[in-house]
Design a protein around this ligand. Structure first.
Ligand code: GLA
Length: 732
């Protein structure tokens, strides 16, 4: 049921005679409601979050049993509970007592914002708790604005974006963990008593290890397409902390925000501290329902150009690594053009004069073309791209510097470094992080991008990398008193710089990369179009990495490239069909030296790219239905995308275990219209004989109740143990 969004501050009569006593604030989306008790002068109470309520439900909420716990718990009144906010006042008082001062609603474009104003019962200390909704989307964004007018700075020691109580029961937590090359692994367990904390302290990137998103399945073991699920995504690009605390009461307490460790914040009188957005979603349609809600919101509201189809590209990294040379670049452009691709991206290795970027030990910071390698410069490359009929993209890592660079020689004060300490270096044993808290560094980073895009307006894509965490915690720019602001001010500086870039270059496509999948977070996506999902391009492992990433991120955001066999990270050999079939389930690209492929392999890729274009709108803009999880260990994985009008679908099936005579389950489809009839066509076919159901038609009902039998082996001349299938379904 989709109805227009209604945000209502409803005055509900609490039946004490005829006295209008309580104010309930109801934030509605088409399918969900969040209800707060906001009596003036009292604590703000969380009453409900879940399926959309009727007016009668809202009136009867408390009688039915509602959470009725503090909606933004402050340290002071209930000190035994986890707090969302804590502060030390100018006079040293360590407690807060925030009470409701008023409720307002406003419009920001077509979004509706409900703001509950809280103020301390004694001190001039204020918190606005905000809730934003958009037409047609089952997402509620919440964040807070913290300010005061005390006579000296107040120290914030806790400043979560939001808090959510979840009724104790058989609640399971799904979250993502990982490491370089093994990002977005799925963890899933019942929530036990005590506290589960998911956090990141990298300083620069924040999704290679844990992710700042969780799903809470309320009806026991998580199901993909059934059961009540709450999803929460902290949209932040820096250090974060998500805690689920389960005490002896009836509620699990979820608190999410910036990680406050080593980050106490000195808030000046009149200054406002705005916390990052925590996006919440609820669905009665299982994990998949929540994923689809996040994907739609992501594409429509939270990422750059979420409504534009992405180009098929070739990236030079795994093809030539640092060995950038003009003839090879030219040849790669010709090759990707011949295979039907639309964009070529020149990766690391193109810059540095005094310290040429021949390897990772030098050159970062000196964004000047190395004319030994590229005599025609970038202009020569963009002209070549034009000649070949492809667009041109380029790699940069502008937040970083090598000590072996002209930039470091000129500006050693730009790096993050603790006083009196021998620095610890990053990649190449010479890499350091530039201090984005410093406005001069912000200007420098803006100028790197501005110079490239002004001098070479044909650059249509930037791969923005970040290959080092903050080590040597210390800012040479911030005052001694405000050293604890570094983690936060780094990201504020980063945002300011990206705002300037986007204001001047709204159309350029930007990829967020950070040693692979270190920047897969909605905190980056407002400025970025996509992320590099992992440096691991092994197709089998990518099935798992992309599966986890799809919990919150749509396929359009997930760069997914066909690479060489054996794979450079796992040394595993997967057949080319399998490699293409996995890459085709995300934003398809290639990361390979085409000259090392046979003519037959190049033409197979050409066919895969042509076929991908047939399903590109469904994969990149459709609704995802995960069907068979690789984590279930049943030998295969499967998912599908369905267009919003349910006229077209793309079905993917990949073997994940290869054992002789193993039994594989048959996979029922999902998301189709049971009443429609769909014609089935295999894409990226390599078999000598067509599948038995090729070209046949089936009802959506049949496909969703039974699925189609996937032959477990390819019928090719030299089959190996791996097989996969991509089907296109078209309603007749
Ligand atoms: C990082 C990225 C890679 C590549 C290299 C270049 O590791 O994740 O994709 O761009 O840097 O040095």
């Amino acid at each position: 049921m989709k109805t227009a969004i209604v945000i209502a501050a409803v005055l509900a009569a609490a039946c004490c005679g005829n006295v209008l006593k309580a104010e309930n604030v109801t934030v509605n989306t088409p399918g969900t409601s969040l209800v707060l008790g906001a009596d003036k002068g009292k604590k703000l109470k969380h009453l409900y979050y879940g399926t959309r309520l009727t007016d009668a439900d809202v009136r009867g909420l408390k009688a039915a049993g509602a959470a009725n716990v503090n909606a933004y718990p402050d340290y002071g009144v209930d000190p035994e509970r986890e707090a969302a906010i804590a502060a030390v006042h100018a006079d040293g008082n360590m407690t807060l007592d925030l009470v409701v001062d008023g409720v307002s609603s406003s419009k920001s474009g077509d979004a509706s914002v409900t703001t509950v104003k809280l103020r301390d019962s004694h001190y001039p200390f204020f918190v606005n708790v905000n809730y934003r909704t958009y037409p047609g989307l089952d997402i509620i964004e919440t964040w807070t604005d913290i300010s005061h007018s005390e006579n000296r700075p107040v120290t914030l020691t806790r400043f979560a974006s939001g808090y959510l109580p979840v009724r104790y029961g058989n609640v399971w937590l799904s979250n993502l963990y990982g490491s370089w090359g093994n990002e977005a692994r799925l963890d899933c367990q019942p929530i036990a008593h005590g506290m589960k904390v998911i956090k990141n302290r990298d300083g620069v990137r924040n999704s290679a290890t844990a992710h700042s998103e969780v799903m809470l399945s309320l009806d026991g073991r998580p199901r993909e397409n059934g059961g009540r699920v709450i999803g929460a995504a902290l949209c932040y690009d820096g250090n974060y902390r998500l805690a689920v605390d389960t005490d002896a009461g009836n509620w699990h307490h979820l608190i999410a925000g910036i990680d406050e460790d080593q980050s106490e914040y000195h808030l000046k009188p009149g200054e406002t501290f705005t916390t990052p957005v925590l996006a919440l979603s609820y669905s009665g349609e299982g994990l998949g329902g929540v994923s689809r809600n996040f994907h739609r919101w992501g594409r429509e509201r939270r990422m750059a150009h979420g409504d534009q189809l992405r180009d098929v590209l070739l990236n030079s990294w795994e093809g030539v690594y640092f060995d950038i040379k003009e003839p090879e670049m030219d040849q790669m452009m010709a090759d990707i053009a011949a295979m039907g691709g639309e964009l070529f991206v020149m990766d690391d290795g193109w810059f540095g004069v005094k310290y040429p970027r021949d390897n990772a030990t030098q050159g970062l910071g000196d964004w000047i073309v190395d004319t030994r390698k590229l005599p025609g410069g970038i202009k020569g490359l963009t002209e070549a791209a034009r000649r070949h009929g492809v667009k041109f993209g380029i790699w940069i890592e502008p937040e970083m510097v090598n000590t072996r660079s002209e930039l470091f020689e000129k500006h050693p004060e730009y790096v993050i470094k603790a006083q009196h300490r021998q620095p610890t270096y990053g990649r190449g044993k010479t890499q350091m992080v530039l201090d984005m808290a410093n406005p001069a560094v912000q200007d420098l980073v803006f100028t790197v991008v501005d110079t490239l895009l002004t001098n070479y307006p044909d650059i249509s894509y930037i791969k923005w990398d970040a290959n080092m965490p903050i080590r040597n915690h210390g800012s040479q720019y911030l005052s001694a008193d405000d050293q604890s602001h570094l983690y936060i001010d780094y990201h504020r500086g980063f945002h300011k710089t990206l705002d300037r870039i986007r204001a001047k270059y709204p159309d350029v496509i930007m990829q967020a990369c950070a040693s692979g999948g270190g920047r897969a977070n909605y905190g980056f996506l407002p400025w970025f179009d996509e992320f590099w999902t992992s440096d691991n391009t092994d197709a089998l492992q990518r099935v798992y990495i992309q599966w986890g990433t799809s919990y919150f991120y749509p396929a359009i955001a997930m760069a997914s490239h066909i690479s060489a066999a054996p794979n450079h990270q796992t040394h595993r050999t997967m057949n080319l069909k399998y490699r293409t079939d996995v890459a085709m389930s995300g934003r398809l690209g290639m990361e390979i030296q085409p000259q090392k492929m046979t003519e037959a392999e190049r033409s197979q890729c050409h066919k895969a790219i042509e076929d991908y274009k047939l399903i590109r709108p469904v994969v990149q803009q459709g609704d995802l239905y995960r069907l068979l999880s690789p984590y279930d260990g049943l030998g295969a994985a499967s998912l599908m995308y369905v267009s919003p009008d349910k006229d077209r679908a793309a079905f993917f099936w990949w073997k994940t275990e290869a054992f002789r005579n193993k039994q594989y389950p048959r996979v029922p489809m999902a998301g189709l219209d049971p009443e429609k009839t769909y014609r089935v066509q295999e894409l990226n076919r390599v078999d000598k004989v067509p599948l038995k159901f090729e070209g046949r038609s089936y009802s959506g009902r049949y496909l969703m109740e039974n699925g189609l039998e996937m032959p477990v082996n390819l019928t090719v001349d030299n089959p190996d143990e791996w097989s996969s299938r991509v089907l296109m379904l078209t309603a007749e």
